[in-house]
Design a protein around this ligand. Structure first.
Ligand SMILES: Nc1ncnc2c1ncn2[C@@H]1O[C@H](COP(=O)(O)OP(=O)(O)OP(=O)(O)O)[C@@H](O)[C@H]1O
Ligand SMILES: [Mg+2]
Length: 307
């Protein structure tokens, strides 16, 4: 079996600029430092698999997704899709972000058809009517039939995210890359969209890589859950999720198999979150310094980074 997606020994480092420090404060990093976001990570995703990815904040999840999307390149190692190195963004891969990223001046239909304005998947340019038909088809797939002419401000958060998903699906990518897509939604809408996404995944056979902070969400959606270690992100463990069919009337979240696997992921993640906290992980400060990457004995720097 060749993997749909293959990360082979992938490392990603960022050069963090020397910062001047916030206005009015002396100090700040004087020299550029190297921040390792991912460290020798290897991971294969099968064709048609639903893989969820969890890890503490700063463990490199978004970086990993950016690499798969072709928005950034690895410092070393290889990122392969269909056995070929990723050299940039491509229509075979779609990204869904936490923020809906819709154009406010475009209707739902026009937002969905954005990706169809160039050449279609078969290389032919679609007519306006064909684009509208395709947009309707995908809006219906995400449960928004009849909402074609609504503008984003007329839609709820959950509906906006449905439009964003429809837009990603409309140009028929093989791979959906999702970065905490439901994090901004209320619990009820989130559960509804989880079921919708499972249904769409079954109907379309897409390969999905789905990042989440929610352990329940990871176990509920994923066929496997990849757990990243605290930064620098390494693959800590892959948990095979073996629970009965999710979509149905049964409350699968109370099923003993679900509870057991949820606990397993929780334990793995909990250890890593503690490591991240002990290391005082914070993201890059606005002045360009990364406090956890440049241990300093200068107390004024500590104070500033804790601010
Ligand atoms: N362009 C960049 N330049 C410098 N450092 C970066 C850049 N992008 C990410 N980083 C750093 O790399 C590390 C991993 O970041 P990333 O956004 O991938 O984490 P994450 O796991 O997605 O975190 P979160 O759960 O908070 O979204 C962090 O320490 C972050 O500050
Ligand atoms: Mg992230």
């Amino acid at each position: 079996m060749t993997a749909k997606i293959s990360l082979q020994n992938v490392s990603k480092q960022f050069t963090v600029r020397a910062g001047k420090g916030p206005k009015g404060l002396k100090g700040g990093a004087k020299e550029a430092t190297i921040l390792t976001a991912l460290d020798a990570l290897s991971l294969d995703v099968r064709d048609g698999e639903f893989l969820t990815l969890v890890g503490p904040s700063g463990s490199g999840k978004t970086t990993l997704l950016d690499l798969l999307a072709g928005l950034t390149t690895p410092t070393s190692g290889e990122v392969l899709v269909d056995g070929r190195p990723v050299t940039g963004p491509g229509k075979d891969r779609a990204v869904v972000f936490q923020q809906y990223a819709l154009f406010p001046w475009r209707t739902a239909s026009a937002n969905v058809s954005i990706g169809l304005e160039g050449k279609g998947p078969d290389g032919r340019k679609l007519t306006r009517r064909e684009r509208a038909a395709k947009a309707s088809e995908y809006l219906a797939l995400v449960g928004l039939a009849g909402f074609e002419d609504r503008f984003p401000h007329e839609l709820s958060g959950g509906m906006k995210q449905r439009v964003a998903i429809a837009r990603s699906l409309a140009y028929e990518p093989d791979v959906l890359l999702m970065d905490e897509p439901f994090a901004a939604l209320d619990a009820q809408t989130r559960e509804q969209l989880q079921d919708e996404l499972l249904r769409i995944w079954r109907a379309t056979g897409k390969t999905i890589v789905f990042i989440t902070h929610g352990i329940d969400e990871a176990v509920y959606l994923g066929q496997r859950v990849a757990v990243l270690s605290a930064r620098p992100g390494r693959l800590k463990e892959i948990v095979d999720v073996d629970i009965p069919d999710r979509v149905g009337d049964e409350d699968i979240r109370s099923h003993p198999a679900f509870v057991e696997q949820r606990h397993k992921v929780w334990t793995l993640l909990h250890d890593e979150v503690r490591v991240a906290q002990d290391a005082g992980h914070r993201k890059i400060l606005p002045d360009g310094t990364a406090p956890d990457e440049t241990p300093t004995t200068n107390p004024s720097n500590h104070e500033r980074s804790a601010a």
